[in-house]
Design a protein around this ligand. Structure first.
Ligand SMILES: [Zn+2]
Length: 536
């Protein structure tokens, strides 16, 4: 049955129901022909509505929500009793830009096994600037999940100004505007900044606003890794809100948190400010990963961005020429990170023995000052680190807010000798199984909405994120009794348990917990927002 006749059927049911108020005409059951039938599951539709028992059919890659009295004649019927059937998860904040272009990682198995069907790339100001070329490559080669992209302001700036800490001329600003305009025409969903990274951070508020105005014209969003997530959190939130107001577009705060013990609790204050602005009619949202540790480069962790201007050689030169000043900066950041105990090496090619260890432990075993260890790593090209810097209470408080989506901030990975953040493998199951079902921080329907209906709404993605007639069949089916994130900080390369089926564009990507090898993911192109930024 196609969608139109399904709509017609619904209309008939309404008429029959209306008539039945006056007569005793029975509602006629119907047989629905489908490719796949998911029967007897608990449907959580992604809107936040209570779960209900029901059947869902997939035909021609689209969803049909089946009425109670109807039967389904399907090529493949899956008994979903005891399982939860919900929309596929949309990871609003993902860094798989490079990985989806590579043969080994484009399947993103560590995301499909979490129930993800769409990943949003181009975050934190980094990723491909040529959106059209990037999308074409994904469409040609396929991917494990769908990909939606944001214009990365950092790389866009780099194209025009390199990694220098300078102000653009009018002509250069215009060039950046043109690149942003082209990106939006090619189907980007908005733009992102990464204001602790080089060179994104070298842009002033005004420069960012100018680019955001272009994005606004096309209906896109402004997503930001703000300038400071520590003690400068409130000023940084204020900057993001100002850009949203001046450029008239929705603002989205990426990986919303207070980072560092001295700033714990500030994020709740920031949330109150945002809530007031939302009350006043502004469109402001955020996302969060459900962990008490963050992850980025060692450089971004121990040095301010101005000290990282230029490339690796520039950094080495600065470490040589301004050694004392640089060491003092590093020592200060390390002191604030529990004297180095909170900073753990995730990947570091030159010395595999240090991977998985914290800076304090490495310094002790090497019998060297901790700053020396950090400087050696920076000189050798840097490392990625995991930093334990977030309070559990803050995580739970922010999680309970209905405008905060779930997002991983991770990327497609292959199991190996590195110790990346477990969020790469466990974000979505952890929020559902641990925080919702076990700890009762939020109801399961709200947890599902935070990774389906809400991110779709944030992006103005109109055909995904809900179990609803006619929506694209991105569907995840999980077992609430066995669902579990198994990835830990010590053993991060562990696929999650309990996700039973994943359908991407109606194609089975995960069947009985096993990845099928299907690369059914497509590039998703933004077609414009349905609502004006400030009237939502
Ligand atoms: Zn970030």
């Amino acid at each position: 049955m196609n969608r139109l006749s399904n709509v017609a059927k619904r209309f008939t049911v309404i008429v029959v129901f209306a008539l039945s108020l006056f007569t005793t005409v029975p509602v006629l059951a119907e047989q629905i022909e489908a490719d796949i039938a998911l029967v007897g599951g608990q449907i959580i539709d992604g809107t936040g509505s209570p779960m209900r028992t029901g059947d869902v059919a997939i035909t021609n890659g689209k969803i049909i929500v089946v009425d109670r009295d109807d039967t389904i004649d399907a090529t493949w019927t899956i008994d979903c009793s005891g399982l939860i059937v919900c929309p596929g998860f949309i990871d609003l904040h993902n860094h798989s830009d490079g990985e989806v272009e590579k043969r080994e990682t484009r399947a993103a198995v560590n995301y499909v096994t979490q129930g993800c069907t769409t990943m949003v790339t181009g975050n934190c100001g980094s990723g491909p600037v040529d959106v059209g070329a990037y999308y074409r490559k994904i469409d040609e080669q396929g991917a494990g999940t769908n990909i939606a992209h944001l214009i990365p302001q950092g790389n866009l700036r780099k194209k025009v100004l390199d990694s220098e800490r300078i102000e653009p001329t009018d002509a250069q600003l215009d060039e950046m505007r043109k690149l942003a305009d082209q990106g939006m025409r090619d189907g980007a969903w908005g733009m992102s900044t990464g204001l602790i990274y080089v060179p994104s951070s070298f842009a002033t508020t005004e420069e960012i606003t100018e680019i955001a105005k272009v994005v606004s014209k096309h209906g896109g969003i402004y997503a930001s890794h703000i300038r400071g997530e520590g003690t400068q959190l409130l000023e940084s939130i204020d900057e993001a809100l100002r850009i949203g107001r001046d450029a008239d577009l929705p603002v989205h705060i990426s990986h919303f948190k207070s980072s560092g013990r001295e700033s714990w609790g500030l994020v709740r204050q920031a949330a109150r400010i945002i809530a007031e602005q939302r009350e006043a009619g502004r469109t402001i949202t955020a996302d969060q990963y459900p962990y008490i540790a963050s992850s980025t480069s060692l450089g971004a962790t121990v040095l301010p961005s101005w000290a990282r201007e230029g490339d690796r050689n520039d950094l080495r030169k600065r470490l040589d020429e301004e050694g004392d000043r640089m060491r003092a900066l590093i020592a200060d950041r390390i002191a604030k990170a529990d004297d180095g105990k909170a900073i753990r090496i995730a990947t570091y090619r030159p010395n595999a023995a240090w991977v998985g260890k914290d800076l304090a432990a490495i310094a002790e075993s090497e019998d060297r000052p901790i700053v020396d260890v950090a400087v050696e790593i920076l000189r050798a090209g840097g490392a990625s680190v995991v930093k334990f810097a977030i309070s559990e209470e803050d995580v739970r408080h922010i999680m309970a807010i209905d405008w905060v989506a779930t997002a991983s901030d991770g990327g497609a990975k292959l199991p190996g000798g590195t110790k990346p953040h477990p969020r790469n493998y466990g974000t979505f199951p952890r929020k559902l199984a641990y925080y919702s079902l076990q700890e009762n921080v939020i109801p399961i329907e709200q947890a599902v909405r935070s990774m389906t209906g809400l991110p779709a709404e944030i992006l103005s993605m109109q055909d995904r994120g809900l179990i609803r007639d006619g929506m694209v069949a991105d569907i995840t089916v999980f077992d609430p009794l066995t669902l579990r994130d198994t990835a830990t900080f010590d053993e991060p390369h562990q696929y999650a348990d309990g996700i039973q089926y994943v359908f991407v564009n109606g194609q089975p990507a995960l069947v009985e917990g096993e990845f099928t090898g299907t690369l059914a993911g497509k590039a998703l192109r933004f077609k414009g927002a349905n609502m004006h930024a400030n009237s939502k």
